[in-house]
Write a protein that binds this ligand. Structure first.
Ligand code: C2E
Ligand code: MG
Ligand code: MG
Length: 606
């Protein structure tokens, strides 16, 4: 039997620190029965043993804490018998001062003639620091995989998993699990205006507010919402409520164990209120708003996929509700499925050449001859058929495709108008609709310039139609873009005038030359048939006139409406009475004919 190195005597304590100062190598030799035949000085020092006390004892009874023995012995056996290709075994070792170090052992057997081990030589190094680092990294990786980087909240897959566990656990009859899907309404606009950093700050602020709001509400019931937990932190109690980041601008809230589904509605109201509170530290008076969709299991679904889908459907419905929230109803489904289909198919529409442009004439109020053409996007889908713009334009805005579609319409319309002009068909103005999203994007100016340069079409004959809210909202970039466009010589018209919430005081400051009075002002007042429908119309026309603007009436359908309009002294009319929106080939025919369109002409005043 080999004896210990006499130059190295074990010392009581302190060996560990010394060992950390240099790389120590532990060595031991055991006999065929696993009894210690040799232990080097480093091993004895680290363990605080005297060789005389451990010599001949079963190695793992000396070295390995009882709770780890089975696993370590099994791993050693595999390493010795060559079944573990790595051949290295990590084993804890309790040191003389009661601390636990992690040792990586490699074991090599000496064999007799028949291949049986006669002794095993094991060499170990202290890898405690390395394993701690490794475990910390692994914990961080696990945390990152389960949490959103920006807010530290659980992420969508964690949420889905937690929802699944709640639904399978089931909380007994009469108990409900609600999911609230909270969408931040104006986040994209904020990012476009103030930049990504401000957007991130706002998302973090909203994450905190929503989590606080849930915590405050459920704290009463003695439950804790799951929020960001630091890696390695010990959970105080198994969390039942979850607030998670579901997507860039959505949060999901899991509310299990509800007695009444209505509790979820109360929570939704509180969340909407907390999101709507002003945000300080940003541009003056920055406020977001939220729309919340609620699905309650098992009433609205009993698996995570259905519950989440129904919450999303309810959220879309909620956007149009006065309270900005909705609990799922089966009737929402059909509408939402159509929308979903549009959302999926629209990105392909441009590439597949399914989009086109129709033109609707604007006629001079006196001659009824064409003075302008409004370009209107048309989408013909092979299965869905003709999808009207009121259905696909809002989706395009939401999914960030309006820029591409808008540019397509702009290019097509200007190219077409330039061609008609080159054929000597007159100085006809072409009007293109521009959405609020496009107006916040400075690249619009470049695209317009590009179109004009490529086609040689004069800027003064291009009109861009913007809605009141887009032009007069609080967005500075929109006003700047309008100004730049006007400087190019392009004219700007306010579309659907009278339906928005115009700040009329601002009207004269914007670079606008035309107002298009919305068609609702031509309709009889159903609620109050005695009201004079011309009174409001007259007020709007007078306003436009006083500001020196061109005034057009949209949606003129009948001769009766025309006769009401004629005394008002407008500049032009647009509506089905004169022509519906038609393909370019039909416009070509109308331009060539050059005859007046629509109802009876007004007698010219002197
Ligand atoms: P808008 O810009 O106010 O366009 C006028 C809409 O009123 C057109 O509907 C037109 O067909 C319809 N209209 C015209 N005359 C009459 C009438 O006498 N009676 C009735 N009932 N309707 C009439 P359309 O083509 O369905 O477009 C609807 C809206 O979609 C447009 O309203 C516009 O806001 C939007 N839109 C269409 N194309 C584009 C586009 O290329 N870009 C953007 N951003 N929006 C577009
Ligand atoms: Mg328009
Ligand atoms: Mg309009």
């Amino acid at each position: 039997m080999l004896a210990e190195d006499p130059r190295r005597r074990p010392e009581a304590g302190g060996g560990d620190e010394r060992a950390e100062a240099r790389q120590i190598v532990l060595a031991m030799i055991t006999d065929a029965d696993g009894r210690l035949a040799f232990a080097n000085g480093d091993l004895l020092t680290l363990g605080g043993w005297r060789w005389g006390d451990v010599c001949g004892r079963i190695w793992h009874e000396v070295l390995i804490p009882p709770e780890h023995r089975r696993r370590v012995v099994h791993a050693f056996d595999r390493a010795v018998n060559g079944r573990d290709p790595a051949g290295c075994v990590e084993a804890p070792l309790r040191t003389s001062d009661g601390r636990v170090r992690v040792i990586a052992w490699s074991a090599t057997p000496s064999l007799d003639n028949e291949g049986r081990p006669t002794s095993i030589t094991s060499v170990g190094v202290d890898v405690t620091r390395w394993t701690e680092e490794r475990d910390r990294i692994a914990a961080e990786r696990d945390f990152d995989a389960a949490h959103d980087r920006l807010t530290g909240l659980p992420n969508a897959s964690t949420f889905r998993w937690r929802l699944g566990s709640e639904l399978t656990a089931g909380r007994g009859a009469g108990s409900f699990t609600a999911v609230l899907l909270v969408a931040l309404d104006r986040l994209r606009a904020v990012v476009e205006t103030l930049g990504h950093e401000a957007g991130d700050q706002l998302v973090c602020e909203m994450a905190r507010r929503i989590a606080d709001c849930v915590e405050a509400a459920v704290g009463v019931a003695g439950r804790r919402p799951e929020r960001a937990a630091k890696p390695g932190a010990v959970a105080e109690a198994p969390p039942t409520w979850v607030v998670a980041r579901w997507s860039d601008d959505e949060f999901a809230v899991l509310l299990p164990g509800l007695v009444f589904p209505a509790e979820a509605v109360h929570m939704a109201r509180s969340i909407i209120a907390t999101v709507a509170a002003p945000c300080t530290g940003f541009a003056a008076d920055l406020r977001l708003s939220a729309a919340v969709g609620i699905a309650v299991a098992p009433l609205d679904g009993n698996n995570p996929t259905t519950v989440m889908r129904h919450a999303a459907i309810a959220q879309h419905a909620g956007r149009t509700m006065s309270e900005h929230l909705a609990r799922f109803e089966p009737s929402f489904s059909r509408e939402a499925e159509d929308r979903l289909l549009i959302e999926q198919q629209l990105p392909l529409a441009l590439a597949r050449g399914e989009l086109s442009v129709a033109f609707q004439p604007e006629v001079d109020a006196y001659s009824h001859r064409i003075v302008g053409l409004e370009a209107l996007a048309r989408w013909h889908h092979p299965v869905l058929g003709s999808v009207p713009p009121v259905r696909f334009i809002p989706v395009a805005e939401e999914i960030g495709l309006i820029g591409e579609i808008g540019h397509f319409v702009l290019r097509s319309a200007v190219r077409q108008a330039a061609q008609w002009r080159s054929e000597g068909l007159g100085e006809v103005r072409v009007a293109v609709n521009v959405s609020a999203h496009q107006l916040r994007d400075h690249s619009l100016v470049g695209v317009v310039l590009d179109c004009l340069e490529q086609t040689g079409f004069p800027a003064r004959l291009l009109e861009l139609e913007v809605t009141e809210s887009a032009a007069m909202g609080d967005s500075r970039p929109a006003a700047d873009v309008l100004g730049e466009l006007a400087r190019l010589g392009v004219t700007i018209s306010l579309d659907d005038f009278g339906t928005g919430y115009s700040n009329l005081g601002k009207l004269h400051r914007l670079a606008i030359s035309t107002i298009k009075i919305d068609r609702s002002f031509l309709l009889e007042d159903d609620v109050n048939p005695a009201a004079d429908p011309s009174a409001l119309l007259h007020a709007l026309v007078t306003l436009g006139r006083n500001l020196g603007l061109r005034v057009i009436a949209e949606g003129v359908e009948t001769e009766e409406q025309l006769s009401r309009l004629q005394p008002q002294g407008l500049d032009a009319y647009q509506g089905f009475l004169f022509s519906r929106p038609v393909p370019a080939a039909e416009i070509l025919r109308l331009l060539r004919e050059g005859r007046p369109l629509g109802g009876p002409l007004q007698a010219q005043t002197a």
